[in-house]
Design a protein around this ligand. Structure first.
Ligand SMILES: O=C(O)CCC(=O)C(=O)O
Ligand SMILES: [Fe+2]
Length: 226
């Protein structure tokens, strides 16, 4: 499932992020890529452990930590500290699959189940730069408004097309989910969203709402690892 989540950051916050990012130092994105990805990666990034990356990254994590739709869809166990990239002057990132295992700054490791891009440039600011994700239903092109985020399975082959005008600035990161299997996680998300709608329509004291909520939690018990 490719899931867009709108307005993760409001316009004012995006503006504050951009003011800081537009005047910071950017380095070659190849520095942090390995193997096959290094060969096809042509973009810029800011240093992962810089004060700015940590400050902005923590803000994103705080917002996501209380975002019901994100939490329901991702069921996150570990989230990689958000990174920041920029594509301009014909930058692009050729087709690749993200590494399965990532090393966290505290020397722990995590498995990547879901990949995220949080757009910090408005589509009007640049030409090209679509994130193209291969799915079982064909390639999907993603280009979202500034402040919106796309969540997609890390198992997917994906690429960022050449930016031919302007600049595409994003934050990107990965997460390990408590539910490893994409299909199980997607069913839990659909069930949870349906329960939320039903609860609004019928109230929390409704018999079916009670049963379905119980089933949701019991499926989590069966499928989640903490
Ligand atoms: O810029 C993006 O949207 C994705 C970047 C990416 O695929 C990566 O860094 O692995
Ligand atoms: Fe990637």
């Amino acid at each position: 499932m490719l899931l867009p989540i709108n307005n993760v950051l409001d316009k004012k916050t995006v503006e504050q992020f951009r003011t800081a990012l537009d005047k910071t130092t950017w380095e070659d994105g190849k520095i942090t890529a390995g193997g096959q990805a290094k060969q096809v990666k042509v973009n810029q990034q800011i240093q992962d452990q810089s004060d700015l990356a940590i400050e902005l990254g923590n803000h994103i994590l705080k917002v996501l930590g209380r975002h019901p739709q994100f939490l329901s869809a991702a069921l996150p166990k570990k989230i990689f500290p958000p990174k920041f990239n920029r594509y301009n002057n014909a930058d692009h990132y050729g087709p690749h699959v993200d590494n399965a295992i990532m090393h966290l700054p505290d020397h722990q490791i995590m498995r990547t189940d879901l990949s995220c891009t949080l757009f910090l440039s408005d589509p009007k600011e640049y030409d090209g730069g679509e994130l193209v994700i291969e799915t079982t239903y064909g390639a999907q092109q993603v280009k979202l408004a500034a402040g919106d985020l796309i969540l997609y399975p890390s198992t997917s082959l994906h690429q960022v097309l050449k930016v031919t005008k302007g600049a595409r600035v994003c934050s990107f990161f990965w997460l390990e989910s408590m539910v490893r299997d994409n299909q199980q996680r997607e069913m839990l998300y659909t069930l949870d969203q349906s329960i939320q709608t039903l609860t609004i329509e019928r109230g929390a004291d409704d018999n079916e709402v009670r049963h379905l909520t119980g089933i949701y939690h019991n499926l989590i018990r069966l499928w989640a690892s903490s």
